[in-house]
Design a protein around this ligand. Structure first.
Ligand code: NDP
Length: 513
């Protein structure tokens, strides 16, 4: 195991200065009795508080329908923090002080009287903290987002003359283009775009951000990063678990909506985008939007060639999607998708981007593999296994964050035998496993600082639905028949057939296969 080292002190100092510059704030979490709050949000807040990265003082008000007392709420939170935080209460030693900043308010999400009480509590907290800054965080199921936003607006809580008001909205943002447009319209009636932080926690991951640094702070790869040298790009976001207790939600959503529209397309945009002119929200998001605009829309007659949809089904007593709790017994919902997309611009013309995501796959992994073209002529004799795989550059996002470059070299000894080897950079070894911030830590700090760079803008969300909708519609009409796959594999064999038509096999770089 690599030795655990803290974040470089210069970085920590910079973060502390950023935190100190922020004014006191109240964080209001809707859906505070839920899974996300327990497993992600409060553990992230705890770690940030331990590292002195939160504005001081701060208060957190949890809201949900469940009748909980402050004490019960804090007990729930402690269990979540102990199990999930990067820095546990025992390591930090400041639990009572931290927990004392949390209180709970039972509400009806669409009940005006609840918002009057909320308004009074916020006024009280503003007096105590001497600040009217409020970050609203929607961690409820998406069907209540619109109600909450409307009620916040009606109660006059969305703006304040003496402080900022921001709102973080969890994914999924809509379930298709029309619903995303409608939700954007509803949210824009109450909040300005610069107050809205649509979260995709993938953007909070260190390796995803590192993709920007890797591409735009190094000169050596940029000349190769285009159609002249890149043969294909492979993006995988694979889960090794099934739907668990989320069967009811998942059966309505499926993999295109749950993973491809957000995480996978975010990875595609960061891989394919042009260099932004500055590292700020507007410049970054402008470039990401241009990529999404350039993604060629899959036509109805192409759906079967450009996509594979699968569902896990075990033939030997293992997990089967249709037997999961909350799933319809004849469900046609895809738990796996593989897509082939093209980005129609000068840089990427003719380069296929293969995307895949699914549940119950062989291993949990997220990676981007850039496969370069073969050498134009190979002078080594073919009978020495001279034809080696082309070079690949793999950006490993999880679970082991890092970068790998594969290349061919000579096997020592007589003759000219070759072998493929990897040059490996492992983030964990470099900074210490436990020093890598969780994505939610980073994104919470950014939202508190007013930095929206790593959040999705309204046009970005709508454009990604524009890409996904025709495929979903084609599937609904029976294109790309549902293919079943055995849990623990890489999905249906139809994926191999799709790639074989292009003379390829799926390139992996962060896993041994
Ligand atoms: P939960 O199902 O745990 O719901 C959160 C809270 O919302 C519940 O505690 C419940 O509180 C309330 N709630 C549940 N169902 C309803 C309903 N039908 N109507 C109104 N309120 C309801 O969700 P999660 O915490 O898992 O997720 C919250 C949001 O975050 C979702 O939009 C999800 O997609 C997103 N998300 C979650 C992730 C995770 O890891 N959990 C990861 C990424 C995104 P009460 O009954 O007390 O009101």
């Amino acid at each position: 195991m690599p030795e655990s080292r803290p974040l470089p002190s210069a970085v920590l100092q910079q973060e502390k200065r950023r935190a100190a510059a922020a004014k006191p704030v109240t964080i209001v979490i809707f859906g505070a009795s839920g899974d996300l709050t327990q497993r992600k949000l409060v553990p992230a807040l705890h770690t940030l508080a331990c590292e002195n990265l939160l504005p001081q003082p701060f208060a957190v008000l949890g809201l949900a329908r469940s009748p909980l007392s402050d004490e019960e709420f804090r007990r729930q939170l402690k269990a979540g923090v102990e199990a999930n935080a990067r820095i546990t209460p025992a390591q930090c030693g400041r639990w009572d002080e931290f927990a004392g900043r949390f209180s709970y308010l039972p509400i009806g999400y669409d009940d005006p009287a609840s918002y009057e009480i909320l308004s009074e509590r916020l006024a009280q907290l503003a007096q105590e903290l001497r600040s009217h800054n409020v970050l609203f965080y929607l961690a409820t199921p998406p069907q209540v987002y619109a109600d909450i936003v409307e009620r916040l607006g009606a109660a006059g809580l969305a703006q304040h003359d003496e402080g900022w008001r921001r709102i973080v909205i969890e994914k999924p943002f809509g379930h298709d283009l029309a619903s995303a447009q409608e939700l954007n319209r509803q949210v824009h009636q109450v909040f300005n775009e610069d107050q809205i932080y649509r979260i995709d926690h993938y953007l909070g991951k260190e390796t995803v951000q590192n993709l920007l640094v890797f591409r735009f702070a190094n000169a050596i790869f940029e000349p190769l990063w285009n159609r002249n040298y890149v043969d294909a790009v492979f993006i995988t976001v694979a889960e090794s678990v099934g739907v668990g207790r989320r069967g009811g939600y998942y059966d309505q959503a499926g993999v295109l909506r749950d993973m491809i529209q957000n995480h996978v397309l975010q990875l595609l945009t960061l891989t394919a985008m042009e260099p932004p002119v500055a590292f700020n929200a507007t410049a970054l998001r402008n470039e990401k939007v241009k990529v999404l605009e350039a993604v060629r829309e899959v036509q109805p007659y192409e759906v079967a060639q450009m996509s594979v949809r699968g569902q896990y089904r075990s033939r030997n007593g293992g997990p089967t999607y249709r037997q999961e709790e909350g799933v319809r017994p004849n469900s046609q919902t895809a738990t796996f998708a593989a897509l082939k997309l093209y980005v129609d611009n000068w840089r990427w013309q003719g380069v296929p981007f293969y995307l895949r995501s699914g549940k119950m796959l062989r291993t949990k992994i997220s990676e981007i593999v850039v496969r370069f073209k073969r050498v134009p002529y190979l002078m080594f004799p073919k009978d020495y296994e001279g034809i080696r795989p082309p070079n690949t550059l793999s950006l490993c996002i999880q679970p082991d964050e890092g970068i790998r470059l594969s290349f061919n070299l000579k096997v020592p000894g007589a003759g000219m035998r070759t072998q493929t080897v990897n040059m490996v950079f492992d983030y964990g070894t470099h900074v210490g496993e436990n020093a890598l911030p969780d994505a939610y830590e980073r994104l919470l700090v950014d939202a508190l600082q007013g930095d929206a760079s790593l959040f999705a803008r309204s046009d970005e969300i709508e454009l990604s639905w524009r890409i996904v909708d025709p495929i979903q519609e084609g599937w609904n009409e029976g294109a790309a028949p549902l293919a079943f796959y055995e849990p623990g594999t890489w999905g249906p064999r139809e994926v191999d057939e799709m790639l074989a038509r292009d003379g390829l096999v799926w390139a992996t770089g962060c896993t041994d296969g």
